[in-house]
Write a protein that binds this ligand. Structure first.
Ligand SMILES: Cc1cc2nc3c(=O)[nH]c(=O)nc-3n(C[C@H](O)[C@H](O)[C@H](O)COP(=O)(O)OP(=O)(O)OC[C@H]3O[C@@H](n4cnc5c(N)ncnc54)[C@H](O)[C@@H]3O)c2cc1C
Length: 497
């Protein structure tokens, strides 16, 4: 395909679109405002520890599984993936009780049924439903049937409603929701599709990446360059240019005009509309709708470098919740739930080098420091982060004895960090909040009213590595057509199930 495309943002979504379009012969230029590519998949090194910023594990990378199919296409399966323990890839701790999530639908259901024999049928129904949603993930790559896609209607059903209808035991409901930090659990808004698709992919199989998530985006950027494209850092798009009612290109760093036939935006929709100058094509009502979308909460992360030889690497995640934590109505200011994630030791030993503790953090908790420059937010901000770190450590050491003594150094980040580094509005972790009560306005299409301008990234469909990857295909299909793209990715055999 002839033509040129500019991509705003080098997060996973931007680079995947760049990869697909370069592979189809388009002249691709990816522009990244930061001095590093990768967006949420950036990593940083402190001493001998390498930390991820917005990536810990992925689901569905086993042979024939959804992300494996997609990552093969993107040339990402040769990276050093490491499968988490299939016997227990996620341990869910509620108060002082611990429950294993095992890989594979059958094993997942059997292991949980040992703890909840009275809910055996409900666990089977729950697991079969998730599997059905996952089995149909690629339906949206096919021509639409008369009834629409199986999954489509699940965006307008509440996840919480499904859970309460299917499962009676309140403790089991908590356990099944216990890996909740992968998405913003909200009884009021979370669509069933987001809950089911994400949980299903991790139940199939769960994986970490030895050496950090930036390898994914570095590999994509390298492939784009090899195919003749350009990936530039320190290149902030400061306006989207319009000519004759169509997108004409962008302006970089306030002064450099660049032309293109198409522009694909991997940034938040509210940030995008703020870049588009006056044009009849983009009406006030659209601008208002995009800029008033609600965002998911942000994340507080304590990246912990450990003293050498103090703790062993743990090949599973631990999701811990206080016994009175209300998982479906999480509230600002409380540290009820944490995720503990170990980094795979890159030196091949079984000694842990670092681990991360994550807990939700709302914009309202940090917004008072938003106007202050990075590194100069004042002592009360430093004290606020210290207190949060203490609460996280207090919860984590109940399950990881010796953790406090093993700590060498702790580096922390809040939603303010994501706003400063990535320009993500409100430092949101997963972008726009999808809402089953209004799927038409919160589950966004890649199309914009301005011809030639498309969107991609986590704010559109599903967030996370799998969701963003699926969305990059939907976005590029707007230029290339889905038929050709789907055959290229899925091969001739479309029956994924
Ligand atoms: C703490 C945390 C942990 C997570 N853990 C996981 C996990 O374990 N597994 C998982 O599947 N998902 C995880 N996620 C989610 C996942 O990382 C994201 O959904 C995904 O990486 C988002 O990719 P993206 O391309 O949509 O956006 P981003 O990664 O946000 O990329 C957007 C890019 O645009 C750039 N940009 C912004 N404005 C401009 C501009 N004007 N000009 C040029 N460039 C611009 C930004 O600098 C950024 O690089 C996590 C997220 C967070 C925050």
């Amino acid at each position: 395909m002839e033509g040129s495309v500019i991509i705003i943002g080098s997060g996973l979504g931007g680079l995947e679109c760049g990869y697909i379009l370069a592979r189809h012969g388009m002249k691709v230029t990816v522009l990244e405002q930061s001095n590093q590519t990768g967006g949420c998949l950036q990593t940083f090194v402190r001493g001998r520890a390498l930390f991820d910023t917005g990536f810990h594990y992925v689901g569905g990378l086993g042979d024939g599984e959804p992300l494996n199919v997609l990552f093969r296409y993107f040339g990402l399966m040769d990276l050093p993936w490491r499968q988490l323990d299939p016997e227990c890839f996620d341990e869910v701790v509620i108060g002082d009780r611990s429950f294993p999530f095992a890989s594979g639908h059958g094993m997942f259901a059997r292991r949980l049924s040992e703890h909840f024999p009275h809910e055996k049928d409900a666990i089977r129904k729950y697991t079969e439903f998730l599997k059905k949603v996952g089995d149909h993930i690629f339906d949206s790559f096919s021509p639409r049937s008369a009834e629409g896609f199986f999954s489509e209607s699940l965006f307008s059903r509440p996840a919480y409603g499904f859970l309460t209808e299917t499962v009676k035991d309140p403790l089991l409901r908590k356990v099944l929701s216990g890996t909740s930090l992968k998405m913003e659990l909200s009884a009021d808004s979370l669509p069933l599709y987001v809950f089911a698709q994400i949980n299903d992919s991790f139940i199939r199989s769960s994986w970490r990446l030895c050496g950090g998530g930036s390898q994914i985006t570095d590999t994509l950027a390298e492939s784009i360059r090899r195919m003749g494209g350009e990936v530039r850092t320190d290149a902030e798009v400061t306006s989207v240019r319009v000519e004759g009612g169509r997108v004409a290109g962008v302006t970089v760093n306030g002064g450099e005009p660049l032309d293109a036939d198409y522009v694909v935006s991997d940034i938040h929709p509210a940030a995008l509309v703020a870049l588009i100058g006056e044009t009849k094509a983009v009406r006030k009502v659209y601008r208002h709708r995009m800029s008033s979308l609600e965002n998911t909460y942000g994340m507080f992360t304590a990246n912990i470098r450990l003293k050498p030889g103090t703790l062993k690497y743990v090949n599973r995640n631990i999701h811990m919740h206080g016994s009175d934590a209300d998982l479906w109505n999480p509230r600002p200011g409380r540290t009820d739930s944490i995720l503990v994630n170990w980094s795979v030791p890159y030196d091949g030993s079984d000694d842990a080098i670092s681990l991360d503790i994550l807990t939700p953090m709302w914009w309202s908790e940090v917004s008072k420091w938003a106007g202050l420059p990075f590194g100069h937010r004042g002592d009360d901000y430093v004290q606020f982060k210290k207190a949060k770190t203490e609460e996280c450590l207090g919860l984590a050491e109940q399950r990881i004895p010796g953790l406090r003594d093993a700590v060498d150094r702790i580096y922390t980040s809040t939603p303010l960090s994501y706003m400063s580094y990535l320009k993500e509005p409100e430092g949101s972790a997963y972008g726009v909040r999808k809402d089953w009560r209004s799927p038409m306005t919160t589950v966004l299409s890649p199309r914009t009213p301005l011809p030639g301008l498309l969107m991609t990234g986590q704010s559109l469909n599903l967030h996370g590595i799998l969701g963003v990857t699926m969305t990059s295909v939907f976005t590029c299909a707007e230029i290339l057509g889905m038929e050709a793209l789907a055959s290229e990715i899925l091969g001739t055999d479309r029956s994924f199930v």
